[in-house]
Design a protein around this ligand. Structure first.
Ligand code: CO
Length: 134
């Protein structure tokens, strides 16, 4: 069911220094910061030849990554994202398998303007999984 690997997201406390690390030390192609208030994060997209990396910095009081950064003060891998052909078919199949969908179970528009869902890390090897409509 899952298709292409879309991105890995890394939560960071300081987006400027994280972006500089990827741009200057690793020599990657980085975007300008994009605030996404509806998701409580500011995102920098890093484009590699075969995939993407997203750097996430908390935005606002109730950022969903604030707690993660309390536990991981140096930053860390926050989630992985796989593409699916049909987000609703994928959701229904996973629900039938007993997997927990985060939030109200309805897809939201994600960082790339496409519908996304998040799956509970306890059901997926301790890893938060994002599914994105291809
Ligand atoms: Co993501």
């Amino acid at each position: 069911m899952i298709g292409r690997f879309n991105h890995v997201a890394i939560a960071v406390k300081n987006l400027d220094s994280a972006t500089a690390l990827y741009r200057d030390t690793l020599g990657a192609d980085v975007s300008d910061p994009l605030p996404q208030p509806e998701h409580g994060v500011t995102v920098v997209f890093i484009t590699l030849p075969n995939t993407k990396i997203e750097l996430l910095e908390p935005l606002g009081e109730a950022s969903p990554i604030a707690k993660f950064l309390e536990k991981n003060p140096d930053g860390g891998i926050h989630h992985v994202c796989y593409e699916v052909d049909d987000i609703f078919t994928a959701r229904d199949r996973l629900k039938n398998e007993g997997a927990r969908i985060l939030g109200n179970g309805e897809p939201k528009i994600g960082a790339h303007g496409k519908p996304v869902l998040f799956l509970h890390p306890k059901d997926f090897l301790g890893t938060l999984v994002e599914l994105e409509q291809a």
